[in-house]
Ligand binder design. Structure first.
Ligand SMILES: [Zn+2]
Length: 261
């Protein structure tokens, strides 16, 4: 095919053309008093001329890039919630109401934080089960987190801690969940860690499918978190007045685990 006949628009020709159109438009507007109040410059694809003392129009900001939804199921157990409805096999825990300090009941703190975490996870596309003290038999999910708050006779005792089942069938997965939450929760709250892990935590009933029907499946990664001490003034202020921060840290840790970040 011969090249003759092809015509290329040079930038100079384009600029000259636009300038002519702009000047013509200004002249027309000046001389036609019946014209509409102002020429709509955004029509016709011609950029408006910058007026003196006015910054040139900036291009519209790009919409934020939305993170893809996370296809996962997470169980959040509210420690002590509806404990009076625990089954016979766990009847001994029906009167375990949790900590009380400074006018706050642990179950209320656990519930409020769990609800906020659930909202944050749901917003990322994650399916969340808000579970009471009674866990459905063989509960299966991509992660299970039992949410509790701690207490101690000494108000000096503070910090958060996490533990998994001592007889876990998937200790490496559980430990990965612990590590992810520890990183994000610690960074968000600025809280220190309490390293004293009790036997009650590592033998938590909801992990123990060998002894109880109402426990998670052995292949469900599960951890228990003590968010902080209700008996410690700084921890109590965090858990009651900065719940959005606490929830963001916990949700961030769960997402970190699920996404392998
Ligand atoms: Zn508790």
């Amino acid at each position: 095919m011969p090249e003759t006949g092809r015509w290329t628009l040079s930038p100079i020709v384009l600029i000259a053309g636009v300038a002519i159109l702009v000047v013509t438009g200004l002249l027309l507007n000046r001389h036609d008093s019946r014209a509409a109040p102002l020429v709509l410059w955004d029509e016709g694809g011609i950029a408006p001329p910058a007026l003196a003392g006015q910054a040139a129009a900036t291009p519209a900001a790009k919409p934020p890039t939305l993170a893809p939804p996370i296809r996962a199921r997470v169980g959040l157990q509210v420690g002590h919630w509806e404990s009076d409805e625990l089954p016979v096999e766990l009847a001994i825990l029906r009167t375990e109401r949790g900590a009380n300090a400074g006018g706050f009941a642990e179950v209320d703190i656990n519930y409020a934080i769990a609800g906020r975490v659930a909202a944050l996870l749901t917003a990322r596309g994650i399916t969340v089960d808000l579970l009471p003290a009674t866990v459905p038999p063989g509960y299966t999910a991509d992660a299970f987190i039992a949410i509790h708050s701690d207490y101690n006779n000494s108000p000096a005792m503070g910090g958060f801690k996490l533990a998994r089942f001592r007889d876990s069938a998937i200790p490496a997965r559980d430990d990965a969940l612990i590590a992810a939450i520890t990183t994000e929760y610690g960074a968000a709250t600025g809280q220190g860690r309490d390293g004293y892990i009790t036997r009650a935590m590592t033998g938590y009933y909801a992990f123990n499918g060998a002894d109880f029907r109402h426990a998670i499946a052995s292949q469900t990664p599960g951890v228990i978190i003590e968010l902080g001490f209700l008996t410690n003034p700084a921890d109590r202020a965090l858990l009651t007045e900065r719940q959005e921060t606490v929830a963001a840290g916990l949700a961030g840790g769960i997402i970190r685990f699920l996404t392998g970040a």
